[in-house]
Design a protein around this ligand. Structure first.
Ligand code: ACO
Length: 402
């Protein structure tokens, strides 16, 4: 019932763009997306080439430094990260304070905020050297925090990092290793997880990255900004979708596996029923990351002794949706989250950890975007306007007269 055009006329100069569907908040030279053509590039390099030929640390360097590293630069970057993987002992004790059933995303964001209490001398967002060391610390410590969030949830002791291992291997060992049992990381699993991290590493001004930038635009420190981004990512319409997809597939299986019946409920817009892992604000075509993940899911899941029946349900869902007018007319295609959960499950991660894995992958993008903003002379504090729809001026009424 609100006359928006009258309000706009009244304010004269304000644009109303709810959800920022068509408003650029910044210029950026990091990531390029063409949503209609299904193209994604980091610093100009196609995501398909990076996923096939690069590594997560190399891509992280690329995002944070604007160029692919030389062998010496990559070694230096990896070495710097390696020496910062430990958490302060006091940090370790935080984990015992959380309830065992705490959501690991909440543990992750709390622990990242807590990091700022240990490194108070290097928090200045305007000092490039302090920003660099904060970025390295975050890259090094987030896998340790993520593994601890998981260990805590299953009541296992918290291990120390093993810096003889590479980035992803170290994370896998901290997550799945036990002090009493020899645990050798399967290089195939490490490679797949590394590739999934690459696919998640940046996606320009998505909800969590915009959050990181908005918080940082007030010159809050990197830990505070990234922690806010983790909280944004936890929502089911954003990073939480990978867990929601798996819950949806499991529900369909429990209900007898009738994929058509589920699609009908989606099309009837039953309250709370969406085809999770479908649709994207920017991609109006197949999400290029989803194409890569689908192929990986086929390879991983079909190689298992007992293939996951949820994969067949996912394939059927996709096939039906892609030939149904409801989805076709709205340009709803699978996004990156549609198949990732199935792979994470096959690798042994519980559903609650899926969005944490997304956060580990997205971290270099958040750092790169935040740093780009901090060094851009055009940066201003983020402060959107509004159209006021409340009461006009009225007089206060004493409490005994109400
Ligand atoms: N299932 C069913 N219908 C959908 C879906 C879906 N997954 N996504 C969009 N629609 C419908 C909407 O109901 C709407 O229909 P209408 O025109 O009849 O009202 C139309 O498609 C347009 O949808 P919007 O919600 O306006 O699109 P928006 O760009 O705002 O939302 C979003 C994008 C949030 C990703 C949405 O598609 C969605 O909720 N998808 C499911 C959650 C998901 O997978 N999120 C992960 C996103 S990718 C990522 O974060 C990595």
């Amino acid at each position: 019932g609100i006359d928006v055009s009258a309000l706009l006329k009244e304010t004269g100069f304000v644009t109303l763009d709810q959800g920022f569907v068509n408003t650029a908040s910044t210029t950026s030279s990091i990531t390029y997306i063409d949503g209609d053509a299904g193209i994604l590039r980091y610093r100009g390099f196609p995501i398909e080439q990076l996923a096939e030929k690069s590594t997560f640390l190399e891509v992280s360097y690329l995002l944070m430094h604007d160029a692919l590293p030389t062998p010496a630069q990559l070694k230096d970057f990896a070495d710097k990260i390696r020496v910062h993987t430990l958490l302060q002992e006091e940090m370790r004790s935080f984990f015992s304070g959380f309830p065992r059933d705490a959501h690991p995303m909440a543990v992750l964001s709390s622990a990242v905020t807590a990091l700022s209490t240990f490194y108070q001398d290097t928090l200045d967002p305007l000092d490039p050297e302090q920003v660099e060391i904060s970025g390295i610390r975050l890259m090094a410590k987030l896998p340790t925090i993520a593994a601890y969030a998981y260990k805590k949830s299953i009541g296992h002791p918290l291990p120390y990092p093993d810096n003889s291992l590479d980035y992803v291997e170290n994370f896998l060992r901290m997550t799945f290793g036990l002090p009493t049992v020899q645990y050798d990381v399967d290089p195939k699993i490490a490679k797949i997880l590394d590739m999934l991290f690459i696919l998640h590493a940046d996606h320009e001004q998505n909800c969590s990255t915009s959050t990181v930038r908005l918080v940082g635009s007030a010159q809050a420190n990197l830990f505070a900004s990234v922690s806010a981004g983790i909280n944004a990512l936890s929502g089911p319409l954003h990073g939480g979708a990978n867990a929601a997809v798996l819950e949806m597939l499991e529900q369909i299986r429990k209900d007898g596996g009738d994929v058509n019946a589920f699609v009908t409920r989606v099309k009837n817009k039953e309250k709370g029923v969406k085809l999770m892992g479908f649709g994207h604000r920017v991609y109006k075509n197949y999400d290029p990351r989803a194409a890569i993940v689908k192929k990986a899911a086929q390879e991983v899941l079909r190689s298992l002794e007992k293939p996951d029946p949820l994969l067949e349900i996912a394939f059927q869902l996709e096939e039906i949706a892609l030939s149904d007018d409801y989805f076709v007319s709205r340009k709803l295609y699978p996004n990156v989250d549609f198949y990732t959960g199935l792979i994470y499950k096959a690798l042994g991660f519980p559903t609650k950890m899926f969005t944490v894995l997304f956060a580990l992958g997205r971290l270099p993008g958040w750092i790169a975007q935040w740093s780009e903003m901090m060094t851009d002379p055009a940066t201003k504090i983020g402060r959107p306007r509004q159209l006021y729809t409340g009461f006009p001026e009225r007089d206060f009424v004493a409490i005994d007269k109400r």
